[in-house]
Design a protein around this ligand. Sequence first.
Ligand SMILES: Cc1cc2nc3c(=O)[nH]c(=O)nc-3n(C[C@H](O)[C@H](O)[C@H](O)COP(=O)(O)OP(=O)(O)OC[C@H]3O[C@@H](n4cnc5c(N)ncnc54)[C@H](O)[C@@H]3O)c2cc1C
Length: 267
Amino acid sequence: MLTISNYVKAKTPEEAYELNQARSSRVMGGMMWMRLGNARVKTVIDLSELGLDQIEESDNVIKIGAMCTLRQLEECEALKEMYGDGIAESVRHIVGVQFRNQATVGGSIYGRFGFSDVLTAFLALDTFVELYDGGTIRLSEFVNRKPDKDILLSLIVRKSKRKFRYESIRQTKTDFPVIACSVVTGMVHGKETWYFCVGARPMKAALLEKQWEIPKDVSEEMLAEYARQAASEFTYGTNMRGSAEYRRHLAEVLIRREMSSILAEGR
Ligand SMILES: Cc1cc2nc3c(=O)[nH]c(=O)nc-3n(C[C@H](O)[C@H](O)[C@H](O)COP(=O)(O)OP(=O)(O)OC[C@H]3O[C@@H](n4cnc5c(N)ncnc54)[C@H](O)[C@@H]3O)c2cc1C
């Protein structure tokens, strides 16, 4: 059971950060995950008055406040325009609309959950996290940091001409994914670059970068070979949802499908 003694609605990010330095304090996002745990929390810190519930688009970035919900991600036109249906697809299977109206981007990213679809999607893009104390750092760096007492303010996606695909496999609708994969491609420093991100391995999402110049008329066999190589560079584990070998196989299949879909659309 979760027991909370005090509830504070922070007036400034500074107040939230200061309150959070106590060992028994906790920041709350949508509380969808936290409320299932066992803990005695002295002070729970609500960030809902800090204006972090907006998605802002500028010429170079899309900035997603930590208190934005997964439903806002799903319905965001700016993300859709840049990356097609991929972002919506990454959250579409998470429980249901009512749940996604409450679970937040901040809680999803801060939690660095192994099963996270949200992390698997954004890690493959050119994404940064804005922390109150730690400044703005790459999501790929944040994901491997141990959880600390900082406050996640926003997720910042740098706009670039990249193609993005997302797929996951679930044993039953709305369950955690058995495997989740995103594939992104674009020109980086004049070179065709492919990013592969595999999550729910069941370890948390990891990223692989390849400078592969894949011809438009690549054969099915060659594409399968690229996918096999990418999938083989991740490590996988076994749990109640699937074995390591099954996950490696699924990752290979999803990566091939996603690459094929990008190539069919044209880069
Ligand atoms: C039944 C169930 C099924 C789920 N299925 C999936 C799934 O299939 N795929 C998927 O990707 N996710 C899934 N999730 C996870 C869900 O999408 C959210 O990621 C999760 O609920 C956390 O978001 P929240 O807003 O509820 O955070 P909370 O529960 O409020 O917080 C989670 C943690 O993050 C910390 N935190 C929150 N916001 C901040 C912040 N701004 N700065 C610093 N720390 C912060 C909290 O202190 C806490 O430690 C599932 C969750 C549940 C409960």
